[in-house]
Design a protein around this ligand. Structure first.
Ligand SMILES: Cc1cc2nc3c(=O)[nH]c(=O)nc-3n(C[C@H](O)[C@H](O)[C@H](O)COP(=O)(O)O)c2cc1C
Length: 177
């Protein structure tokens, strides 16, 4: 019999290139757990329909997700709200995200509510000298740079997401096995 493997879209937005590695680490954990996870830049995702579940995240810029992630949310609002959905933000340039839970910014909170997301988590961010925008380089020059991504914490969260997706797939009455 054909076994249905849950397909999970791990999609994200980035300005300076540090969030893709977070999405990649999440997808790796989901794949190891027996799911079929694909990390994709939100800008290049044409449809959410093929996926059974979605993990969506972005770097934070003045309290907002990247504009093309916000556009992705508007375009795919219905499909996203119909699927099990987990959200992450990557931002704080200090170890505050590793020390405790940081709530979503008001802008991200609105998205979480609209899409009926299961959960939101904030991970530490990363900002280096090679940053693209003038604002980013100014932050680095003012001493705000560094890599605060906590990969053990990211992997731990991804394991928890994998458990929930697998549990839901086993409990679904229409599951194809
Ligand atoms: C212009 C600018 C504004 C930022 N604003 C915030 C913010 O409001 N809150 C926050 O936690 N981090 C903020 N950050 C930090 C970024 O979210 C962090 O560097 C993140 O890792 C960016 O992801 P990326 O490398 O994928 O673009 C800001 C960074 C820049 C460059």
């Amino acid at each position: 019999m054909h076994e249905h493997i849950e397909r999970v879209l791990v999609t994200y937005g980035t300005a300076n290139g540090s969030t893709p590695q977070i999405a990649g680490a999440i997808a790796d954990v989901l794949n190891k757990a027996g799911l079929r996870a694909e990390p994709r830049l939100a800008r290049f995702v044409a449809s959410v329909e093929p996926y059974d579940a979605v993990v969506l995240g972005s770097g934070l810029y003045a309290g907002h997700w990247h504009r093309y992630v916000r556009r992705f949310v508007r375009r795919h609002r219905r499909a996203l709200s119909e699927r099990p959905l987990w959200l992450f933000s990557s931002g704080p340039l200090d170890d505050s995200a590793s020390r405790g839970d940081i709530p979503p910014t008001p802008s991200v909170r609105r998205i979480a509510d609209q899409l009926h997301a299961r959960e939101h988590v904030t991970f530490g961010g990363c900002l280096k000298e090679n940053a693209q925008s003038r604002g980013a380089r100014m932050l680095v020059r003012s001493g705000k740079g560094g890599d605060f991504r906590d990969f053990p914490a990211i992997e731990q969260w991804a394991e928890h997401v994998a458990d929930e997706i697998l549990l839901a797939s086993w409990q679904r009455p229409d599951r194809r096995r």
